[in-house]
Design a protein around this ligand. Structure first.
Ligand code: EPU
Length: 429
């Protein structure tokens, strides 16, 4: 089996225009929601990445025709409603497969989904998802590692969806999808406010649902009898945009981002400003440039509109080169620090204490062979490689390719020295 890796020679200043792809985390639940629709769904700007291909495969198993058209749009149409099972192989490959739970239960009245385990970023329970389904009237059992959920009729209700780490993004997505066809009114308290949840709600409304309050912690859903399909453009990927912003900043470059929503990145841009990175919108592009001196800052990840956990690793890489000590606290996934030992191999000074990392700024990072562990940690290592002196080899980039569309091409397009290579017989696997 060929294993891809990146070879990066650091030091180039990145300059030029990049178009941000459509959002992975908005596309996944929207594609799953096509299960609810009686008509055709046509989605624009769905990124062509491994996670999307995995979900497409699962949806095909679930009787949905999924076709990537030559213009890049994805067309989905339910053909057969018999299968309601998401097997272990799918869920193991991609935890986000859980987002078919709400749509299956609402439309087909049964769902059998392999229980997701933990992953590289920590324990990832699904109790909030199950609580929402039960509240709407589902009976749920755990049978041989599968969640088996049944509901003859879903009934509107009031539910509280907070957990120990705040709201749940996919939990809210599942609750909304399950409630759109339920009888009567559903009120979700402590709903996730992330832009991806808002995009899903707006998509469902375009298909004929009646959802109000999306983007606030109180979402109100009036059940309808049926949903049609619709044509929809997915929002830009705010995490890819943030990653590219760090790429510009860490190389003292100047990047112009097209298809970038700054209103989805307020907390992150606030932290960048405190570091000394300038981010401004001019007409249709967002221009990112950085002063030579990077100031240390404090960072706490939080649910939206707070600083996203999905940009914590990338911001840490930037802070490795700040002039002083920064403090990063992870409040969503307290164990999401797999990048710490790898960044240390490149010369970063990092001290982890529970969910907090103290980042002691150093003058420079030095290239090294490193190992990607999960999607965002991989991105952090690529960023470190762009700034480091000498050559960095980022292994196991299949993690990165799950969620970033052609990141190497995009970076090369603005001047990075990055090459995608493959080996047959890895010495490290
Ligand atoms: N949680 C529970 N119980 C649940 C669900 C979640 O306690 O039933 C906890 C989680 O363990 C975590 C917190 O609640 O501590 C928030 O998790 P959430 O449910 O919001 O995460 P998710 O919906 O599974 C999505 C993104 C993640 C992103 C998180 C947080 C998708 C496909 N995934 O996951 O994205 O980190 O929200 O914003 O939308 C990524 O793209 O790299 C990624 C991991």
């Amino acid at each position: 089996m060929a294993l891809p890796f990146f070879r990066i020679t650091g030091g180039n200043r990145l300059r030029g225009n990049v178009r941000v792809s459509g959002s992975k985390n908005a596309s996944l639940p929207i594609m799953a929601a096509a299960i609810l629709c009686d008509g055709e769904v046509l989605l624009h700007d769905v990124p062509n990445i491994a996670d999307i291909r995995s979900l497409a495969e699962l949806l095909i198993k679930l009787g949905v025709d999924v076709e990537r058209r030559s213009d890049g749009a994805i067309r989905l149409l339910v053909r057969d409603e018999m299968n309601v099972r998401a097997e272990y192989d799918f869920v193991r490959k991609m935890r986000a497969s859980i987002c078919v739970l709400g749509p299956l239960l609402a439309k087909r009245h049964t769902a059998q989904i392999s229980m997701p385990g933990g992953c590289a970023i920590g324990d990832r329970p699904v109790d909030i998802h199950l609580r929402a389904m039960r509240k709407l009237g589902a009976e749920i059992d755990l049978v041989n590692g599968d969640i088996v959920a049944r509901a003859k009729r879903m009934r509107g209700c009031e539910m509280f969806l907070g957990g120990p780490f705040g709201s749940s993004v996919l939990g809210t997505a599942n609750a909304m999808c399950a409630a759109v066809l339920a009888e009567g009114l559903t009120v979700i308290e402590m709903a996730a406010c992330e832009p991806e949840v808002v995009d899903l709600a707006n998509f469902l409304n375009q298909c004929g649902a009646s959802i109000n309050g999306q983007g606030t912690p109180r979402v109100v859903i009036e059940g309808v009898k049926q949903l049609n399909g619709c044509e929809w453009r997915v929002i830009p990927d705010r995490i890819e945009a943030g990653t590219l912003m760090v790429a510009a900043a860490i190389t003292n470059g100047e990047m112009r981002l097209e298809n970038c929503r700054l209103d989805h990145l307020m907390a992150f841009v606030d932290r960048l400003a405190a570091v000394g990175v300038e981010v401004e919108r001019k007409d249709n592009v967002v221009i990112v440039s950085s002063a030579r001196r990077l100031e240390p800052v404090e960072v706490v990840t939080q649910p939206f509109p707070g600083m996203p956990t999905d940009l914590q690793a990338q911001l840490m890489t930037l802070l490795c080169l700040a002039d002083g000590n920064s403090i990063i606290t992870e409040k969503i996934f307290p164990d999401r620090f797999m990048h710490v030992p790898e960044l240390s191999r490149m010369g970063a000074h990092l001290h982890k204490e529970g969910p907090t990392v103290i980042v002691q700024g150093v003058k420079r990072l030095s290239g090294a062979p490193v190992m990607a562990s999960d999607l965002r940690a991989s991105a952090a290592l690529v960023l470190a490689g762009l700034a480091a002196r000498g050559e960095t080899r980022v292994n196991r980039i299949y993690h990165l390719e799950r969620g970033y569309e052609k990141l190497d091409d995009k970076l090369r397009g603005v001047g990075a020295d990055i090459e995608r290579c493959e080996i047959d017989a890895p010495d490290d696997e």
